[in-house]
Design a protein around this ligand. Structure first.
Ligand SMILES: Cc1ncc(COP(=O)(O)O)c(C=O)c1O
Length: 467
């Protein structure tokens, strides 16, 4: 690369950021955080509108999380979970089995959401190979359109977001690809409800491929990285029934939706569904330390039990999986999340934020959709509301909106032209007001600028709101 674009002496250049074009990257460097606020080294205060990439639950420097980590530090910072353990991590595993839906009862720890998904893939594959009545042909996976499950190679193979994933196709396995169960862009020609339509499409795939499918993998209710694509209510429950019927494991990836984001501890609870395997991460430690987990039901776990000489143990394990400092943070975070009425308050705040956004933006000609669940919201900006036609990618509207919000004290990061709001769950209504005001004003100002410069763009028709 042309060396004139970068200065190797600059620390920002030494630090290569993920999903970030380094050639024109003007880094914000954070010095400290407090509650929902971050302070840069230049002294600018920013509201953390995406919870430090969707994981900060109780704000920064929460006294209970800080002291839980300090206490653990006085005992031991790290031990392996390969053949040994730490009491804090064992306690966390037990706690998670109590909090996760149904009979999910066996917790396999890793360090990030992608690894939790990798473990789920290998676990489900190995399960079919060695259960009492083995099905060795079950080696494939069904994944939804626009799926996102992380950036490791197995997780990318499941991924269906062209912009992120297509480049890597020569080194990936190919899943059976389902539809994008999007409530905003429902195919025009269907004569059934969106729920029936998407259920039927997936049923056809299961019917055709079930003998080769180890598992279906999905984000329940909301596909976050796809741009907060929100499924029709009831889809998750229908897919649980279909997976049971076709003898395919259901893996729910709650890395983004877990730990209160949707107003319940886990999104699956909204539809009373217990997946066979649940992937969790991000908010598990309150967003403090890298930790994730793959939680399995007994029928999965039991298929791995045998004499040591039978080589049926799960052939997988991460150096830092189950790290005690992270486990201590997770225990403290769960104490807070399970306090009486904590999640009810989160639901109320989610509704408050959504109503604020709707009241400010409903009549905006380039706001196509306001969607998501509770404290995970997406605002999609479109060139034409009637046809839902997006803006040309080169306009980079989402990016310019977020640049403006940062200038005005709110840190958010878009997904294309979908403006993502994922504030910490502890944000007060006054703080949500700041978030809503800055974001809606920035959307209005930046779309107005864009239209002024490109008078060929026009829009009419009315907005839709999807849950
Ligand atoms: C649904 C989902 N799965 C997996 C991941 C990957 O998690 P991580 O970035 O911790 O590897 C993410 C990250 O955004 C996610 O949203």
């Amino acid at each position: 690369m042309n060396g004139s674009m970068t200065n190797p002496a600059e620390p920002q250049v030494a630090h290569w950021h993920g999903f970030t074009q380094m050639a024109d990257h003007d880094s914000l460097v954070i010095d400290r955080g407090e509650g929902c606020w971050l302070t840069t080294t230049d002294g600018q205060k920013l509201f953390d509108g995406v919870s430090s990439l969707w994981c900060n639950v109780h704000g920064h420097r929460h006294v209970k999380l800080d002291s839980a980590i300090r206490e653990q530090l006085q005992r031991v910072a790290h031990v392996t979970t390969l053949g040994m353990s730490c009491q804090t991590t064992d306690d966390l595993a037990k706690r998670l089995t109590e909090l996760t839906p149904g009979d999910l009862g066996h917790v396999f720890f890793s360090s990030d959401g992608s690894s939790a998904v990798e473990a789920a893939l290998k676990m489900s594959f190995q399960y079919w190979q060695q259960r009492e009545d083995p099905r060795p042909k079950k080696t494939r996976f069904l994944a939804l359109g626009s799926a996102y499950h992380g950036d490791t190679t197995g997780a990318v193979s499941l991924g269906g977001i062209k912009y992120f994933h297509q480049l890597f196709s020569p080194i990936l396995f190919s899943p059976v690809r389902g539809p994008i169960p999007c409530s905003y862009r429902v195919p025009a020609e269907i004569d059934v409800t969106p729920l029936e339509h998407y259920t039927n499409e997936i049923k056809v795939l299961l019917e055709k491929h079930h003998e080769e499918l180890a598992a279906m993998v999905m984000e329940p209710l909301v596909q976050g990285a796809a741009g907060m694509i929100t499924h029709p209510a009831g889809l998750l429950r229908n897919l649980r029934e279909l997976c049971d019927h076709y003898n395919v494991l259901l893996i729910c990836d709650e890395v983004a939706t877990g730990f209160g984001r949707t107003g319940k501890m886990f999104a699956c609870e909204h539809e009373s569904v217990t997946p066979d395997i649940l992937c969790i991460g991000k908010g598990l430690t309150g967003g403090y330390l890298p930790m994730a987990a793959t939680v399995a039901r007994p029928h999965v776990f039991n298929a791995f039990l045998a004499r040591a000489s039978d080589s049926r143990q799960f052939f997988h394990g991460h150096t830092f999986g189950g790290n005690p400092l992270a486990a201590a943070a997770a225990m403290a975070s769960l104490d807070l999340l399970t306090e009486p009425s904590c999640l009810d308050r989160v639901s109320e705040k989610g509704e408050y934020l959504r109503n604020r956004i709707i009241s400010e933006l409903s009549d905006q000609p380039h706001v196509g959709d306001i969607r998501g669940r509770c404290m995970m919201l997406g605002i999609e900006l479109v060139a034409d509301r009637a046809t839902r036609r997006p803006f040309p990618a080169e306009f980079q509207l989402g990016r310019s909106v977020c640049r403006r919000t940062v200038r005005n004290g709110v840190w958010i990061r878009p997904l294309g032209d979908v403006i993502i709001l994922m504030p910490p769950l502890i944000a007060t209504e006054a703080e949500l007001d700041i978030l809503a005001t800055v974001v809606t004003e920035s959307i209005k100002a930046e779309t107005a600028n864009l239209i002024e410069q490109n008078d060929s763009i026009s829009s009419d028709a009315s907005i839709t709101h999807h849950e």
